[in-house]
Design a protein around this ligand. Structure first.
Ligand SMILES: Nc1ncnc2c1ncn2[C@@H]1O[C@H](COP(=O)(O)OP(=O)(O)OP(=O)(O)O)[C@@H](O)[C@H]1O
Ligand SMILES: [Mg+2]
Length: 280
């Protein structure tokens, strides 16, 4: 796998985390969520958070999930990742039932989880080593990824010797060693300043253009959703259901200039008025 991507500035603060490498459930990023319902129970209280969620992502599709705080976006991502279980319904990824985390699904939150006692290269080689596949080929692939992410020369550095943005790119490189077919991203750019955020959006778009893995990306930001996605799914307040979906047919490759196009502004207005209509 050879990658060439635009690298974000070293000052960025995006925080990315990859999922446990165990339990791969097959190839293909086709995702089918059917009838997923989730209630959290605590003491005598129970809270219905997700109600009969149906969602399908084609392999290679980029879908953004938009919704108010507390509507269950992270819960849905966690269920697709295999970190949490649905009370009812099921999730299929690549034709296999999700029952636990797997190397085919890479989850990215706001916090990085590099191993602080390992060098950059050892962090990236963590997956192959855990699977006792630390071969020459794996090492060459890791070095290729580090080169593509602008991290050449930092192979022997430790995470604390890198900027925040560099640490997150190492985490992405580590996740990509497993060649995940599905990226689950939970507001990964939410805490960033505007300039770094724009750079990371372009970094992700560039990566996706080359790799074409399936992406499910959670955001509060409608502009971010339209810029990135093939389709924007809008969730209702709790209990969360997906009640609007909008296709985004803006031409690709996209960049920050896309945000200024007339089509972009029209689509933003249309989705915004739908959301506004719902909340009245
Ligand atoms: N482990 C848990 N135990 C109990 N309640 C939970 C748990 N996880 C989430 N919840 C509740 O479920 C609801 C949905 O939470 P979730 O984190 O999925 O929302 P969200 O849409 O991701 O919100 P935000 O946009 O603020 O991140 C919230 O009311 C939350 O308090
Ligand atoms: Mg959340």
């Amino acid at each position: 796998m050879r990658l060439r991507v635009n690298v974000a500035s070293e000052g960025d603060e995006v925080k990315l985390l990859d999922a446990s490498p165990e339990g791969a459930v097959g190839q293909g990023g086709h995702v089918v969520v059917s009838g997923v319902t989730k209630t959290f129970r605590r003491a005598r209280q129970s809270r219905l958070v997700l109600e009969k969620i149906d969602l399908e992502l084609e392999a290679g599709e980029f879908v953004c999930l938009l919704g108010p705080s507390g509507c269950g976006k992270s819960t849905l991502l966690n269920i697709i990742a295999g970190f949490q279980r649905a009370d009812q319904g099921k999730v299929m990824v690549g034709g296999r039932l999700v029952t636990k985390p797997g190397a085919d699904r890479c989850v990215m939150f706001q916090k990085p989880t590099l191993f602080p006692w390992m060098t950059v290269l050892d962090n990236v080689l963590f997956g192959p080593r855990a699977q006792r596949k630390r071969t020459k080929e794996a090492r060459a692939k890791a070095l290729d990824l580090l080169l593509a992410f602008g991290l050449s020369g930092f192979e022997r550095h430790y995470p604390h010797q890198l900027s925040g943005g560099m640490q997150h790119r190492v985490a992405v490189a580590r996740a990509l060693m497993n060649q995940p077919s599905l990226l689950l991203m939970d507001e990964p750019f939410a805490a960033l300043d505007a300039i770094t955020r724009a750079r990371m959006q372009e970094f992700l778009l560039d990566l996706w253009e080359r790799e074409r893995m399936t992406v499910l990306f959670v955001t509060h930001d409608l502009e971010e959703a339209i810029l990135l996605a093939d389709r924007v799914c809008v969730m209702s307040p709790r209990p969360g259901t997906i009640h609007h979906q909008a296709e985004v047919r803006l031409t690709r490759p996209r960049s920050q200039a896309t945000v200024e196009s007339l089509e972009f502004l029209e689509l933003r207005r249309a989705i915004r008025s739908t959301i506004k209509g719902d909340s009245q």
